[in-house]
Design a protein around this ligand. Structure first.
Ligand SMILES: [Zn+2]
Ligand SMILES: [Zn+2]
Ligand SMILES: [Zn+2]
Length: 149
């Protein structure tokens, strides 16, 4: 079944989502739903979608499965929505960032905009940069067409 954004999330299938971690029946059921999520989603979104397929899986189990998938590098954190962490299936394992559509949730991977000049500027301030987080929000091309924006 094709992922809505094949350039970015096409590796999100049940065999790779958890890496080498042991996969219980419940985790397998959760992993089957992840590729059906369109773009960015919260744990609550995933819980609702899983419940439609496999009733009886608790939110705590969803959270633990998400943690395992993040650990395996299959889910990326792409900011937050209404106080809940936003997640997206992410097949890339090189360093990159994400564009998140605030209309439909579509997620696109982009190259890192941090360059030597930025790091040098930080160094001049006496900072040693050890990590950074960048998420770009806006409307995707499809949503812009729909809204005539
Ligand atoms: Zn990504
Ligand atoms: Zn969109
Ligand atoms: Zn970066």
């Amino acid at each position: 079944m094709p992922h809505p954004d094949a350039t970015h999330g096409d590796c999100a299938n049940t065999t790779t989502l958890y890496g080498r971690a042991r996969v219980s029946a419940q985790r397998a059921a959760i992993a089957e739903v992840v590729p059906l999520m369109r773009g960015a989603f919260t744990a609550e979104d995933l819980h609702r979608a899983v419940a439609a397929h496999t009733p009886g899986i608790g939110l705590a189990t969803i959270y633990r499965a998400i943690a395992a998938m993040q650990e395996a590098g299959a889910l990326a954190s792409v900011g937050e929505r209404d106080g809940s962490a936003l997640l997206a299936a992410c097949a890339r394992n090189d360093h990159h960032h994400h564009l998140v559509c605030t209309g439909c949730g579509r997620v696109v991977g982009i190259e890192c905009p941090i360059d030597e000049a930025t790091l040098n500027a930080a160094e001049r301030e006496g900072h040693l940069v050890t990590s950074h987080q960048i998420v770009l929000y806006g409307l995707c091309s499809r949503c812009r067409q729909r809204e005539g924006a």
